[in-house]
Design a protein around this ligand. Structure first.
Ligand SMILES: Cc1ncc(COP(=O)(O)O)c(C=O)c1O
Length: 440
């Protein structure tokens, strides 16, 4: 007997028309995808009428919480004037100016609709401006689902090959093998490996793309000096340093990881939190990397780019995050840090090896085996995914929603009581898991 009969019934119905019953592979949850019907502030309700305190935040975008009234009002006002002009409008200039003001590398901006597209565009720009073919991509990093970067996202140890020169492992079927020829896969947080790669292939490397915090696997922060080492190597060899700030952007700092860690890339992409759930992403960077676009020699396009409601949502989001000396952002950092540390404390007093890692406004939780720090992708394979699946199911039964792969997001709509409730649910879930496992 499922605990979520309406979700299950909708899933059974959905999968006869909607492939696998979902519109994104990341929503294919166990035992079946969940169906939701509304969300407000820090809460989301499923179709069975259960309310959850939400730390999934739609995989990150809802940084102000769900259905923020100002964001909604601004979107509706914009939509009433028109939805899409296939021409310019004033609001997108205001938004571009805000990004130039906030993001250290941003001298020029272009808007796209998704992070995947923005990543695709900046890689094209790096290749165009250097005239070189290779992009350094790190094992375990995710830069969207398009062919050119769909390698070594989450390979098994058997597939992954030698740690210092990992295999380029396609992320699922249908990815052209020839796209691997445009990539050099390297271990992350290992400046020596990157220096070696530049020593061997420097005249063929167009750019290095990195999540500045490895959010998609373990939420690992860069080792001290690692981002600067990437900056120096790119400078020495005339390659583009590209930060994929789709998760870190507006979250670790309003100016992204580049503002937080003080290392300025040539190009960067922002999405998720920028748009409070609307389809908008931004590619930003130093002016010279945009010259190809400005000369109309390099193409970046999109029918839906900078559509009215997405731009209105983004402008409202940025203004709200900046208001009152960034009070909303300070709340996210404070609550996230409290929650991360509280969960770690619960882990220390439990027989189960729950640990947390990450900067605070987003962090990772998981059950870790073995010794030593988690510094790169292969260390992440020490997390017990099945145990975490039992943990998320227990949290859901207690009215707390977290993502299955361990990343926690906190919004400005959460408060100290939300953190208390999440910690109570985690304590009860851990206790239940420990007693079930002791009985087994
Ligand atoms: C770091 C990173 N880059 C790119 C993407 C792709 O963004 P989108 O899903 O908007 O295409 C994601 C999505 O999760 C991401 O986490």
């Amino acid at each position: 007997m499922t605990e979520y009969p309406k979700s299950k019934a909708w899933y059974e119905r959905a999968r006869t028309s909607l492939a696998a019953g979902v519109s994104s592979q990341f929503r294919a949850a166990s035992p079946h995808p969940m169906f939701y019907e509304r969300a407000e502030g820090p809460y989301i309700w499923d179709v069975d009428g259960n309310r959850y305190l939400d730390f999934a935040l739609s995989q990150g975008p809802m940084i102000l919480g769900h259905s923020h009234p100002t964001v909604l009002d601004e979107m509706v006002a914009a939509l009433r004037k028109g939805q899409l002009f296939a021409g310019q409008h004033e609001q997108e200039v205001l938004l571009a100016e805000a990004l130039v003001r906030l993001i250290p590398s941003a001298e020029r901006v272009r808007f796209s609709s998704t992070g995947s597209e923005a990543d695709h565009a900046v890689i094209r720009m790096a290749r165009y401006h250097t005239g070189r073919p290779l992009i350094v991509k790190f094992e375990g990093h995710y830069h969207g689902w398009l062919d050119g970067v769909s390698f070594s996202v989450n390979p098994t140890l058997e597939q992954a090959g030698p740690v210092e020169s990992p295999n380029a492992v396609p992320w699922g079927g249908g990815v052209p093998e020839r796209d691997a020829e445009g990539l050099l896969i390297l271990p992350w947080n290992d400046a020596e490996a990157v220096a070696d790669a530049f020593a061997k292939h420097g005249d063929r490397i167009a750019g290095v793309i990195t999540e500045p915090v490895m959010c998609n696997q373990g939420c690992i922060e860069p080792a001290p000096g690692f981002l600067q080492a990437l900056r120096d190597l790119c400078d020495a060899h005339g390659a583009a340093l590209i930060f994929d700030e789709i998760i870190t952007g507006f979250r670790i700092d309003l100016g992204g990881a580049q503002a937080h860690y003080g290392v300025v890339p040539d190009l960067a992409v922002f999405g998720k939190a920028l748009g409070s759930g609307q389809p908008i992403s931004a590619l930003v960077g130093r002016a010279r990397w945009f010259e190809g676009i400005e000369r109309n020699e390099l193409y970046h396009a999109g029918t839906l780019n900078s559509n009215q409601s997405a731009v209105a949502a983004a402008l409202a989001t940025v203004r709200l995050l900046e208001a009152d000396e960034r009070a909303a952002h300070r709340t996210i950092v404070r609550l996230g840090t409290r929650l991360r540390d509280g969960l770690a404390e619960l882990g220390r007093s439990s027989p189960l090896p729950l640990v947390t890692q990450g900067p605070g406004p987003m962090f990772h939780a998981g059950f870790l085996s073995g010794d030593g720090p988690v510094r790169s992708y292969r260390d992440v394979l020490r997390y017990d995914a099945a145990a975490y699946g039992r943990f998320t199911a227990g949290m859901a039964r207690r009215g707390v929603r977290v993502i299955g792969r361990g990343l926690w997001y906190v919004s400005a709509a959460h408060d100290d009581a939300s953190v208390d409730r999440a910690l109570e649910a985690a304590a009860a879930t851990l206790e239940e898991m420990a007693s079930t496992e002791a009985d087994a």
